[in-house]
Ligand binder design. Structure first.
Ligand code: ADP
Ligand code: MG
Length: 693
């Protein structure tokens, strides 16, 4: 049966509804998705040996005949499969644990190829749990997929092993599958890229690492090309949009000035500049599309507030979305304070707010509304009239689809769009800005308010842990400090798991003892929102002195009185996240401190973490991170950074620049529909983060 890329995975031989369901957990639904499920490493089983030549400790492949195979059970009822394999030079024992069905598969006299580490079992050389597959005696590495070659290892999910994925991917590639080219031949040639089909074959089953690298380069090029292409297209489209309203600053100016004068502090130069840029944009017929990028704690919220006020005073509404409930809540409270006396109706929308507020949107007589909330905004409010400004805080935490959806909620019947302000403290290095964003407008707040002192940061050696605790206790008890203690982030994923909550709870109990009689609080993402709010309020009111928490506080939380942060398991975070976390302190005018703890003794980790001691600017850290990772990494940390990709690494600047040039050339020569038609058969709609939208 002939497959096409767009077929469902269920069309692949031996993939049934059950497997399809499991594949979905890996975001794999079509044949194309499965082919684009790339290995994250290769096991090198190319060392093919005769049995008599095997050396203890080496990784090798042998081809032989099953002489004997049986199930045995240990005293504590564990299953072991014991086999003897022979070739013309000798015999070797082979052991597998807990796979009793193997005796049915690998009967005596079958020819097998085995790959694995040469180990020892009851004082004899043995292969322990090797990879195996049937073989002919004149072994051909090209026909084998699990042994005797570079063997791809994939991201797995429960019930779907790499071996299974490998065999299904191989069966697709063996199929006479039509894989057309996405890129025109001249671009392939200029950039010395493999053809798409060849790249797919080689990324899964390369002969050597050089081949794998070449294949990855081609596939990564496609990803970056697509991201840049779509960004360009969005930008072009944006320029034809009309804004829902234009500010008339002359009448507004005095009112905004009054608002600013009432603030308990003076705006910094950077804040003033950002504000001017935003107000200028909002005077235009094209909707604003501006990214406000600003160091952690630099005061982006108040700039957002001024923009919101300008909008509200013009009779339009504001939607303000933030990634977490705690943060939305905080913004809600901040806005209520800032807008005190302005008779502005501000509402909070989160998944838990719906129940306790009888919230209702009706445009009549409510022209002065500000809606603050989490992504619940997207689902709970429906289309709204007269939205003049959409603000997204910590925008990198949202997918491009979510951002577009919020904006669209504010689109008017006549098609006009609200102004759009996105904010982030995770800066995009300038080199990437140029290529990827072109003319997306960026405002930067680079300097912190004047009286701020630099946060003193230390990577603390293990033996000084108790000292650190004592020091913190002292600071809190004697000097009235408040502290965050961030618990280890157990899971790799960004979302919080029960496991990390458990770890936090345990840490909390022992820290309570440690800091007795100080009031220690616990905050984690699995708490009810009322509880979260209560504990945050207590912390802000200085009732709770030390807050033990999971990294839920990472973004945006503001308690100017907190001056100490201790981060456990620091090696698990990227520099940008650590910088964000550190930014929870030093938000007032007192000296602040950040202690980093790690169990890792790897010199690279130590160097990486130590760079936080010296580098205090988020932008510089992002650039250092980019440099550290270097350009030619094949298996770079793909999922991090501002753009989510499967295989491309945005720290590979050379690739980004090449793809950028290719897009520019492509656009002059081909029509949009041409590329899109090519893409339809190839692109799987991922969560691509595009800032140009
Ligand atoms: P971020 O840019 O990280 O979102 P916030 O907007 O939360 O930072 O501001 C951090 C803290 O700095 C807040 O407590 C805010 O009130 C305060 N702040 C903002 N601007 C100034 C300023 N110009 N001078 C002094 N403090 C300021
Ligand atoms: Mg913020």
């Amino acid at each position: 049966m002939k497959l096409t890329l767009r077929d469902s995975v269920e069309k692949v031989p031996l993939v049934g509804p059950l497997q399809a369901k499991k594949l979905k957990r890996l975001n794999i639904e079509s044949v194309d998705d499965l082919l684009n499920h790339y290995p994250f490493r290769y096991d090198d089983f190319t060392n093919i040996k005769k049995i008599s030549e095997l050396v203890f400790g080496e990784t090798a492949t042998v081809i032989g005949t099953v002489v004997k195979i049986e199930n045995v059970y240990t005293k504590n009822r564990k299953n072991i499969v014991k086999a003897v394999i022979a070739d013309e030079t000798g015999r070797i024992d082979v052991i597998w644990f807990n796979q009793p069905y193997l005796v049915k598969n690998l009967k005596t006299d079958t020819h097998v190829s085995l790959s694995g580490k040469v180990d020892e079992f009851s004082h004899h050389l043995a292969l322990i749990s090797p990879e195996y597959e049937f073989s002919t005696l004149n072994f051909q590495p090209s026909t084998n997929i699990h042994t005797g070659r570079l063997v791809p290892v994939y991201p797995e999910t429960y019930g779907l092993s790499s071996k299974w994925l490998r065999s299904r991917i191989s069966s697709i590639l063996e199929n006479e599958l039509e894989i057309g080219e996405v890129l025109p031949p001249e671009i392939l040639k200029e950039n010395r890229l493999l053809g798409l089909k060849e790249a797919l074959l080689k990324v899964h089953f390369p002969k050597n690492l050089e081949e794998a690298k070449e294949a990855k380069r081609r596939l990564a090029f496609d990803e970056v090309f697509e991201i840049i292409y779509l960004a360009q297209k969005q930008r072009k489209k944006w320029q034809t949009e009309k804004s829902s309203f234009q500010l008339s600053t002359t009448t507004l100016k005095p009112k905004l000035t009054e608002f600013i004068n009432r603030l308990p502090f003076e705006l910094t130069n950077d804040q003033n500049k950002a504000m001017e840029e935003i107000l200028d944009d909002m005077k235009k017929k094209t909707p604003m599309n501006r990214l406000l990028q600003g160091e952690v704690g630099s005061g982006k919220t108040v700039v957002a507030a001024v923009s919101a006020l300008a909008t509200v005073l013009s009779g339009y509404k504001v939607l303000y979305m933030a990634p977490t409930e705690i943060l939305s809540n905080q913004h809600y409270q901040t806005f209520q304070k800032l807008f005190h006396g302005y008779n502005t109706k501000i509402n909070l929308i989160t998944s838990s707010s719906r129940r306790n507020q009888n919230f209702q949107i009706s445009s009549a007589g409510r022209s002065d509304q500000i809606l603050v909330g989490t992504h619940a905004l997207l689902y709970q409010i429906g289309q709204i009239e007269k939205v003049g400004l959409v603000i997204i805080d910590e925008q990198h935490k949202f997918g491009v689809g979510q951002r577009a959806k919020l904006l669209d909620l504010g689109r008017e019947d006549n098609g006009k769009l609200p102004h759009f302000l996105t904010m982030t403290a995770t800066p995009i290095p300038r080199t990437l800005q140029l290529t990827l964003l072109g003319d997306l407008n960026i405002s930067s707040i680079e300097n912190l308010p004047n009286e701020r002192k630099k946060i003193k940061t230390w990577l603390v050696p293990k033996y000084k842990r108790t000292d650190a605790y004592h020091w913190i206790k002292n600071q809190v008890a004697e000097a009235g400090a408040q502290a965050y203690i961030i618990c280890p982030f157990i899971d790799e994923s960004e979302s919080e798991t029960l496991k990390s909550v458990k770890a936090a709870k345990k840490e909390f109990e022992s820290l309570q003892k440690m800091f007795h009689p100080l009031n220690v609080g616990l905050l984690h993402g699995k708490m009810k929102s009322g509880e979260k709010e209560e504990i945050m309020n207590k912390f802000r009111d200085d009732e709770v002195k030390i807050l033990v928490c999971t990294p839920v506080v990472e973004v945006g939380i503001d308690n100017p009185l907190a001056t100490i942060i201790l981060i456990e398991g620091a090696e698990r975070f990227g520099l940008a996240s650590l910088h964000q976390l550190r930014g929870r302190v030093g938000r007032g005018n007192k000296q602040a401190y950040c202690f980093l703890f790690t169990d890792s003794e790897s010199p690279e980790t130590q160097v990486r973490l130590k760079s936080l001691e010296k580098i205090k600017s988020g932008l510089k850290l992002a650039e250092a991170d980019l440099k550290n990772r270097g350009s030619g990494t094949i298996f770079g940390s793909q999922q991090s950074g501002p753009f989510k990709t499967k295989i491309a690494d945005f720290s590979d600047l050379e690739l980004v620049i090449q793809a950028g040039r290719a897009v520019a050339r492509f656009i002059t020569k081909y029509s949009e529909s041409d590329y899109e038609r090519r893409l339809i058969d190839h692109a799987s709609e991922g969560n691509k983060e595009i800032h140009g939208d």
